[in-house]
Write a protein that binds this ligand. Structure first.
Ligand code: ADP
Length: 169
């Protein structure tokens, strides 16, 4: 007999600035999609970083590349992530871990978030080995300097990135 636990939908958030989404992000999203019933990719609106792509552009790119996953949707949030999780009945926050350098900040965030909302669990997925050196920043830097970014970001993002950088010149 199905009990309350087996009936409950496991909903996870995958937050980030996604400026732009890379194949490293996509790997984390795809793996989350196979672990949870529903995955909400949430794009931070407020980020202290000055983004290259507008919020709408970042969401458009994500929506396009997440289309193959039937249980993934794309949203935006402002303010406290744990509050957003609670309002949307999400019980898990999924973060990707690359190098040791990610660890310190992520540990601090995870502990603070648990203090703020103890029922929201942060889970870490190790980066795919082929993406361990990949960040949105490095991709933008390489593209800006005219280097090859094939295989680092989805094809549609590659085109948008080239277009954006040409517009800016
Ligand atoms: P970035 O650090 O590339 O600017 P975000 O701020 O959008 O990216 O990060 C969102 C989440 O995605 C974070 O949990 C980050 O650790 C994870 N992430 C980013 N790039 C990768 C990657 N190459 N492999 C695994 N996780 C990643």
């Amino acid at each position: 007999m199905a009990n309350e636990t087996t009936m409950a939908v496991k909903r996870a958030l995958v937050p980030g600035s996604f400026d732009p989404v890379t194949n490293g992000h996509l790997d984390i999203i795809a793996r989350s999609a196979s672990l949870f019933d529903e995955v909400m990719v949430v794009v931070a609106r407020n980020s202290s970083k000055q983004p290259l792509f507008s919020l709408v552009e970042r969401m458009d790119m994500l929506t396009e590349v997440c289309q193959p996953f039937r249980n993934v949707s794309v949203h935006t949030f402002d303010g406290l992530l744990v509050q957003y999780a609670e309002v949307n009945a999400a019980t898990v926050i999924v973060k990707g871990l690359r190098a040791v350098s990610d660890f310190e900040y992520e540990l601090q965030m995870a502990l603070m978030n648990r203090r703020l909302a103890e029922h929201v669990e942060t889970m870490f997925l190790m980066t795919g080995a082929e993406y361990s050196y990949l960040s949105s920043n490095i991709v933008k830097e390489i593209a800006r300097l005219g280097g090859a970014i094939e295989g680092l970001v989805p094809k549609s993002v590659e085109e948008r990135l080239r277009k954006k950088l040409t517009e800016r010149e």
